[in-house]
Design a protein around this ligand. Sequence first.
Ligand SMILES: *Cc1c(COP(=O)(O)O)cnc(C)c1O
Length: 359
Amino acid sequence: MTRPARVIIDLEALRHNLARARRCAPRSRVMAVVKADAYGHGLTRAAAALEDADGFGVACLEEARELRDAGATQKILLLEGPYCGAELADVRRLGLDIVIHHHAQLDLLDAAPAGAPINVWLKIDSGMHRLGFDPAETPAALARLERNGNAAAKVRLISHLANAGAPQDAMTRRQVDLFMETTEGRRAERSLANSAAMLAWPECCLDWVRPGLMLYGASPIPGAAAADFDLNPVMTLESALISVKRVRRGEPVGYGAGWRCPEDLPIGVVAAGYGDGYPRRAPPGTPVLVAGKPCALAGKPSMDMLTVDLRGCPGARVGAPVLLWGRGLPVEKIAECAATVPYELLCGVHKRLEVTERG
Ligand SMILES: *Cc1c(COP(=O)(O)O)cnc(C)c1O
């Protein structure tokens, strides 16, 4: 047997979740966000399954090039825009849209040689204070774009929400109101909603929506389950037991010897660890499914292995399948145990893992 740790990508779930996103925003075009290797799911694999999307959002030129090389003809938006002037030649050659969020990027556009017009999405900082022009600067930035021969005449307006996963959040209310005020009467296409906003703030579904996490079947709303929104998990991380033994009460398990058996225990060793992308911070008690039965981590995750308290599945033998997250054990649950977000776990799965596609 080769090392049993592997990732399974359910392409049918990806298509289902895209259809679900469309139902959330029936009047919007959908820009599927596939940055960071499609949140760890494989960029070209995910994009092929998401071919019905109206566009793809990526973080950088390299990701956009990979999509075009794989034959993607949809709109592709560089969410952070160009990092240097030299990228603008590739932007034109590949037919990409760019975000412009800073005067330094307007300088790049001014300095670029004349050529085919580039589609620009002007980013407004509605309150997250990460990227974007201050609302008060927006008219001047738009005027600069109009004077610039390299930008297409049709400019789109975009902003990002800091806390859309919290329903009734006062800050989100202020961000939405500020974006609406700033963009009102401009007759430009607008985009505001990420996954959380699509589910919790339907009024944010403007001309374009930008779902990421929900497409991968995880809930972007803390405390809510993906199933509550009819989203199906796309990624499953699974492996198998490579050892089962009994460990006596009071004996330690794993590195640091900080965790001890509360009674005589069957301890299973799973061939998966933080070297595969499982979070090292996951504490003892974090759920694991062994042959479909709920068990719990015992001791700290190591690089290639996890130790599990098998009391929930006392009959388990070497070779028993182990599910670390996926269908039946939401990645959000593991993220919560490890004090992180599902985004980090999904995009942290390691390249060493074998990937199997389903659907
Ligand atoms: C990553 C990203 C998204 C997608 O966010 P999700 O929370 O995954 O839906 C949307 N817009 C921008 C600008 C992003 O960077």
